[in-house]
Design a protein around this ligand. Structure first.
Ligand SMILES: Nc1nc2c(ncn2[C@@H]2O[C@H](COP(=O)(O)OP(=O)(O)OP(=O)(O)O)[C@@H](O)[C@H]2O)c(=O)[nH]1
Length: 329
């Protein structure tokens, strides 16, 4: 397996004085963006990183799963910043820029359904460009699920097309040959892009932060009239999200039956913080494609259930009813 070894030596201490560097993390639903962001936050040294986490759905689960972050270092916006761009995103970035304390770096995690182009253009094509410097766009790819046909979706295509760095994540789930095949594929369609492999988003930070791979001139010279407008992409892709909350716990057996027998086939992604009557700990539920896992950790607040489902043709009433049936009486 190809391995890149880089010593991390406080490389970020010397970020030159210019606009605040910004890294955008993009990539399809469940590819590992939040996992990568957590790796960045865990391993950054002497660097005050603000993050902007954007989620598709009305409960922001990701922000609750981020490590070692002062609460007010995360600016949240619901919906999709690529659709509601400008006001929401510009305001959020200004809020970070206006903070009294020193912020060295900004990382923006987009939703898995976001087209990164409008986000990039908001950063490089508005007055924000005076204050920030887009460093690079990181595209996280799920090495297990990705197939070249995915690029038939204009969103997935743009996520790859505008990535300065492609991170082939989840390589633990696929044989070496598949990883090599993907490397060749991305090398061919994205000659010159930095292609990295990772498990659980573990990549040496000097290869992804403060790399200055973005070229603002490229975006400033884009002929926007000839670029398809993906503004209605969520409607076009048929994805919907629905959320469920409850202040009552689930019965673990009922929830298992729901997962095994009742989960609608249209669900592609689900994530939640779950409360089971049988457990004193909170359970982090992650479902991506056909895989799911439940990890337990300590509650940080009052127990409750929060769960988000993302998929196509979902019947909100039916899922809501089924989850209600999983609650203890
Ligand atoms: N086996 C394996 N699982 C991984 C890896 N990276 C992430 N995961 C798991 O994949 C699931 C989704 O990871 P996230 O980081 O939440 O993915 P995401 O891209 O932020 O998802 P969305 O926000 O829904 O777009 C979680 O259960 C992770 O633990 C990896 O390298 N290997």
């Amino acid at each position: 397996m190809k391995q890149l070894i880089v010593t991390e030596q406080n490389f970020l201490a010397e970020i030159p004085k210019r606009g605040m560097p910004v890294t955008i993390i993009t990539g399809f639903l469940g590819s590992g963006k939040t996992t990568l962001l957590n790796q960045i936050l865990k391993n950054q040294e002497n660097l005050k990183v603000a993050v902007l986490v954007n989620e598709f759905g009305d409960i922001n689960i990701d922000s609750q799963l981020l490590v070692s972050l002062e609460e007010d270092m995360v600016e949240l916006s619901n919906g999709c910043i690529c659709c509601t761009m400008n006001t929401g995103l510009v305001d959020a970035v200004y809020k970070i820029l206006e903070r009294q304390d020193r912020i060295d770096y900004l990382v923006i995690e987009t939703t898995g359904l976001a087209d990164p182009l409008p986000i990039i253009l908001t950063l490089v094509g508005t007055e924000l460009r005076e204050f920030i410097a887009l460093d690079s766009v990181l595209t996280v790819v799920d090495a297990e699920y990705f197939t070249p046909d995915d690029l038939d979706s204009p969103i997935a295509l743009n996520q790859v097309a505008y990535g300065d760095i492609i991170i082939l994540n989840k390589i633990d789930l696929v044989p070496e040959e598949k990883v090599a095949e993907l490397e060749n594929f991305f090398d061919t369609i994205k000659g010159g892009a930095r292609i990295l492999r990772s498990q659980y988003g573990q990549v040496p930070l000097p290869l992804i932060l403060d790399v200055q791979l973005s070229q603002p001139e490229f975006y400033q010279n884009l002929d926007l009239a000839n670029i398809p407008n993906n503004a209605n992409h969520i409607a076009n892709d048929g994805f919907v999200s629905l959320s469920f909350r409850s202040d009552r716990p689930f019965a673990v057996k009922k929830f298992q039956v729901f997962l095994q027998d009742k989960l609608p086939v249209g669900v592609f992604r689900a994530k939640g913080i779950l409360w089971f009557k049988e457990s004193t700990r909170r359970h982090i539920f992650q479902l991506s494609g056909k895989r799911y896992d439940l990890k337990d950790e300590e509650w940080q607040g009052k127990p409750s259930n929060q769960i988000v489902f993302i998929g196509r043709s979902l019947n909100a009433l039916e899922i809501n009813q089924q989850l209600n049936n999983c609650l203890t009486r």
